[in-house]
Design a binder for this molecule. Structure first.
Ligand code: ADP
Ligand code: GLC
Length: 491
């Protein structure tokens, strides 16, 4: 397709793998734009210039300066490239604003887990520059047809564009997690340069405060979320988090598109983080990874004991508290447990106490460790994901691809991507894991026991592993669906 006919998309995100990732948004922000580019669209990222972003992108050149954006500190716009692999590079725009982004700590919080006090300004600027680049006020020649916003951090872009009277791009707002909304005091509305009358129920106001996400959901032309099931769940309580009314009213413009995964990055046949590569044809080689993981984590090295694992943010959403409650019963089955995670201090403390009590059976690694997350997926027998809610979830897909049948709560994208093991689903070769509902400790333990029973039946277990490994979790179908939506928005 000639370049002039390419669809131009500005993809705004607050994190991108491998430069900055706190969760699935980072993965999606790399893999989806890459998949869209493979379908001949000109997708470019807009990112805040955190130190690791400025250091990690190549061929930087300054293309614009923003000195007169009222309340915001001076910023410049860099045009650069992000390398995803030797052959895959994505054009990125980086907002260089040292006053807001050049600091130690995470993208949203300081080293002590406290939100940065100036987050309204930090992500207000991201949203504002996104809106400028998507309009005829842009100082650069490249002008997108579509601006694709992701989560609350870019939620104000559709609002700014709504109040821009000139030419502008169509807007899409993708919800990766409705639990995070970007709520700030009412005065922030005017400070961030939005008209005071936008602070209204028909506008950016959310129960007396400014909500970045609500602004995006109210003003965007199109709303998407990351699984069809979550698209339904957020239209009612409790998963609507107070926005169920607005989302129901916008139902005609709301669609769920399931995430894919980066299948080149997550491939057990080539993964460089494994001690031995394997595929569905030589599944027995998976065992070397189990032994290595057990040894590395200080567990008893035993090929026959079922080894369960978790890689997760340690938060209420992920249901780790339920797992903690049943852990003593889990190891009595007998079984072992590995947890790689970081987050809530109370959950880390409770997990530490368990590991101290059962050092041969429960092992922990606190912190973010990409390499270990791959070895865990390959080394464990079954992945645990008892999330209270899960807009999409990526680990249950990595697990199936790695011959590691997951145990999941029937919610959000977990329900869309895992098929419960029953006599029927085994017979029709769709069974790929264990799904429980409703969310109780008994049901979680029951599903784990079903998994252990299946694990000890070699034929059943291999069917589950092979069914999961044969599934297509690539981004191709989802990227095609996004592209179709972009095109629809233009007409
Ligand atoms: P969420 O975005 O809600 O955290 P997802 O399942 O969509 O959940 O994505 C989480 C991503 O973060 C996965 O790629 C997972 O492997 C990764 N991850 C989470 N915690 C860790 C950790 N402690 N170390 C390495 N990777 C992690
Ligand atoms: C969010 C969700 C997760 C989803 C990810 C990427 O962080 O919690 O379920 O997979 O975004 O869309």
């Amino acid at each position: 397709m000639p370049r002039s006919q390419e669809l131009r998309v500005l993809f705004i995100t607050s994190e991108v793998y491998p430069l900055c990732k706190t969760g699935g948004l980072g993965d999606v922000s790399a893999a989806l734009p890459a998949a869209l580019r493979a379908l001949h669209s000109d997708v470019r990222l807009l990112l805040p210039g955190y130190p690791q972003v400025i250091a990690g992108v190549k061929y930087k050149s300054k293309v614009a300066e923003f000195n007169a954006l009222s309340q915001f500190p001076p910023a410049s716009l860099l045009s650069a490239r992000l390398s995803l692999s030797k052959t895959e590079k994505i054009p990125v725009f980086v907002i260089d604003c040292p006053g807001l982004y050049n600091r130690e700590g995470g993208p949203y919080m300081d080293a002590f887990g406290r939100d940065w006090p100036d987050n309204a300004l930090r992500f207000g600027l991201l949203s504002k520059i996104g809106a400028i680049l998507a309009s005829d006020a842009s100082p650069i020649a490249w002008r997108p047809h579509i601006v694709h916003c992701n989560d609350w951090q870019s939620g104000l872009t559709p609002a700014y564009l709504h109040f821009h009277s000139g030419k502008k791009a169509a807007t899409m707002m993708t919800i990766h997690n409705l639990a995070f909304q970007g709520i700030f005091p009412p005065g922030s509305t005017v400070q961030l340069g939005l008209p005071s009358d936008s602070f209204d129920i028909n506008g950016v106001e959310y129960y007396g405060n400014l909500s970045f996400l609500k602004a995006g959901l109210y003003y965007a032309d199109q709303i998407t979320t990351v699984s069809p099931n979550y698209a339904k769940e957020i239209q009612i309580e409790p998963l609507g988090f107070g926005l169920q009314g607005l989302l129901t009213a916008r139902r005609p413009d709301l669609i769920g598109i399931i995430n894919g995964i980066a299948t080149a990055e997550w491939d057990s046949a080539t993964d460089r983080h494994l001690v031995k590569n394997y595929s569905s044809k030589n599944l027995s080689d998976k065992a070397a990874n189990k032994a290595a993981l057990q040894r590395q984590m200080g567990l008893v090295v035993d090929a026959t004991i079922p080894l369960f694992g978790v890689v997760s943010r340690l938060s209420h959403q992920k249901g780790i508290d339920l797992l903690i409650q049943i852990a003593p019963q889990l190891i009595k089955i007998p079984a072992q447990l590995v947890v790689l995670g970081s987050g809530n201090a109370e959950l880390e403390h409770l997990l530490s106490m368990l590991a101290q009590t059962y050092p041969e059976s429960i092992a922990l690694h606190f912190g973010f460790n990409e390499a270990l997350s791959h070895l865990v997926e390959a080394g464990i027998d079954s992945f645990l994901m008892p999330s209270r809610f899960e807009p999409c979830g990526l680990n249950q897909m990595y697990s199936q691809r790695y011959g590691t049948p997951p145990v999941v709560h029937a919610t959000g994208g977990l329900l869309d991507t895992v098929v419960d093991c029953t006599p029927d689903t085994l017979a029709n070769r769709t069974a790929s894991g264990f799904v429980f509902y409703p969310m109780t400790t008994d049901n979680l333990l029951g599903a784990i026991k079903r998994a252990v029973l299946a694990y000890h039946n070699k034929k059943t277990w291999q069917s589950l592993q092979k069914n999961g490994m044969a599934k297509d979790f690539s981004w191709h179908a989802s990227a095609t669906a996004y592209l179709a939506l972009y095109r629809m928005l233009l007409h």
